[in-house]
Design a protein around this ligand. Structure first.
Ligand SMILES: Nc1ncnc2c1ncn2[C@@H]1O[C@H](COP(=O)(O)OP(=O)(O)OP(=O)(O)O)[C@@H](O)[C@H]1O
Ligand SMILES: [Mg+2]
Length: 505
């Protein structure tokens, strides 16, 4: 066969799209039905009544070493994305006419990224380069790269190292909506007298077409910004800060709009988290977080044009420490076991400390955590970000002074919060990092023994809280059901969990 054709962007996109969908099917379709059978080196599974097989390793992270196949009249034949969509639909029932289109759109977007990326110049800043390295996106999502709208997305895509100028707007003083400290926005340009400066994401401006007049004026292009991994959050060198915009586009499970209560909630959480993080950092000196001290918007388009200001990772890391997105971590040059122990300590301990001691639920998935690497490439700091996913445990904080909708959006009950912590930390984050570090499943088992030791020592110091004891005893892990939630066309917050094997057992 012609390897040139096999390695073409279209072929690679088909392969990666199939792999992501197959991971979802193993976890959410075949797994819960008892239709997955390990047959080393293969994993066998039944989906939609057909028998499939794939060479798999990496534990729950499911790394595939060869193309998956289906049994057709007694012989193994290649499995395609179209086949697997059809088979999954048979098991999931209740037709979803959009689903196949979303998977195909993700594959097309990935092919376009793979086509454009080799010719593009990555940012020199190693942190920004890592933000732009999530080429394949979420490994357990049926349409990880689907982006709504027309072809415009490519101009704003982090994966192709896009850079673009902000659009600057002027908001008449009486129509400015703002809370907290958003003053870095004023570094981006000059508004005429009687107006405040409001930067806008150019893509959002096209989508929203707000119409200009007395309250809102167009001041034209502004300074250049660099998109980070979430697409809608950009880094502005001029402001020295990250700016989290609304984008009326579905990216994985959500239309990325900053709701009014999230704008307020970010500022409120920044105030409340400061003392909690200060205590955690005193105990675990490598702990960092990215405050979101303020937002600004225009009253007439509060949610559509609301922009949240967020500290940049460089501003919180120690001198000589380089922040790197956890989702972009590669196998290190140093001993993987040593690297892993340092990573687990830097990332997991503060997350558990915040949950048990402070009643704070972080969302430490691979896109919300940055690891601070020292000169040797060893993890010495962990930076937690994204206050939209950060919650307070109900009953542990006095939220009585807040508008009810803001308080509600900031709160999780203890059980739901714990499921979120365990999913993000163990399933989304540590399981993937371990699979990245371990060249084989033997090494993987060693890594989990190390993690167990680290977590067990910390459990002791926390007084062995029951949920943590259950976890260390091998309770199944909750894995977020991204395929099921897309199939049901439900909101991300409605996403359920499916139990998967616990590698700490
Ligand atoms: N392993 C992963 N887990 C979760 N999200 C991932 C992962 N890999 C890639 N992603 C992508 O990262 C984004 C995560 O969304 P999330 O809601 O955390 O970010 P956001 O709130 O839009 O922005 P920000 O993180 O800048 O606050 C999505 O676009 C998702 O597809
Ligand atoms: Mg995020």
């Amino acid at each position: 066969m012609n390897s040139l054709v096999l390695d073409s962007p279209a072929a690679l996109a088909e392969e990666a799209t199939l792999a992501a969908l197959l991971r979802c099917c193993i976890r959410e379709v075949a797994g819960p039905r008892g239709h997955v059978w390990p047959a080393p080196p293969y994993l066998l599974l039944r989906v939609g009544g057909e028998l499939l097989r794939v060479r798999a390793r990496g534990g729950a992270a499911l790394r595939f070493d060869a193309p998956p196949e289906r049994l057709v009249r007694g012989a193994w034949a290649p499995l395609s994305v179209a086949d697997l969509v059809r088979l999954a639909a048979t098991d999931l029932g209740d037709g979803n006419a959009e689903f196949a289109g979303q998977v195909a759109a993700s594959r097309a977007a990935l092919a376009a990224i793979l086509e454009a990326r080799p010719a593009a110049t990555p940012p020199q800043d190693p942190w920004l380069a890592s933000e732009q390295a999530l080429v394949y996106g979420h490994p357990f999502h049926p349409s990880p790269k689907a982006r709504g709208g027309d072809g415009a997305w490519l101009r704003y895509a982090p994966e192709t190292h896009a850079e673009f100028p902000l659009r600057l707007l002027g908001v008449r003083a009486d129509a400015v909506a703002q809370e907290g400290d958003a003053s870095v926005l004023d570094l981006l340009g000059q508004a005429p007298p009687g107006y405040r400066l409001l930067p806008a994401h150019p893509w959002q401006l096209d989508l929203l077409a707000p119409g200009f007049g007395g309250e809102l004026i167009d001041l034209g292009p502004g300074p250049t910004v660099v998109p980070t991994s979430s697409v809608r959050t950009v880094y502005s060198p001029d402001a020295g800060a990250c700016l989290k915009f609304s984008l009326d586009v579905r990216i994985t499970n959500c239309v990325r709009k900053n709701a009014w209560y999230e704008l307020t909630g970010a500022v409120e959480l920044t105030r409340r988290l400061a003392p909690a993080f200060a205590e955690v950092t005193a105990r675990f000196p490598g702990t960092r977080w990215l405050p979101e001290p303020g937002y600004r918007s225009a009253a007439g388009h509060l949610e559509g044009l609301g922009v949240i200001v967020r500290a940049s990772p460089w501003s919180v890391c120690s001198p000589g420490v380089t922040p790197v997105l956890a989702g972009a971590v590669d196998r290190p040059a140093v001993d993987p076991a040593r690297w892993w122990a340092a990573y687990v300590e830097a990332v997991a301990l503060p997350v558990l400390e915040l949950y048990f001691t402070h009643g704070v639920v972080l969302e430490p998935h691979l896109q919300n955590v940055l690891v601070g690497l020292d000169y040797e490439g060893m993890p010495v700091e962990a930076v937690f970000r994204d206050l939209e996913g950060t919650k307070l445990v109900a009953g542990r904080h006095d939220l009585s002074g807040l508008p009810p909708r803001v308080a509600e959006a900031l709160t999780y009950d203890a059980e739901r919060g714990w499921a979120r912590v365990v999913y993000c930390l163990l399933v989304n984050n540590l399981t993937e990092i371990a699979a990245t570090l371990a060249p084989d499943d033997g090494t993987l088992r060693e890594l989990w023994l190390i993690a167990r030791g680290v977590l067990d020592r910390h459990a002791e110091s926390l007084g062995r809280p029951l949920p943590l004891s259950d976890l260390l005893a091998g309770a199944p892990l909750p894995a977020k059901a991204n395929l099921s939630v897309r199939w049901a066309r439900a909101a991300d917050r409605a996403a359920g969990y499916v139990p998967i094997a616990n590698p700490l057992a």
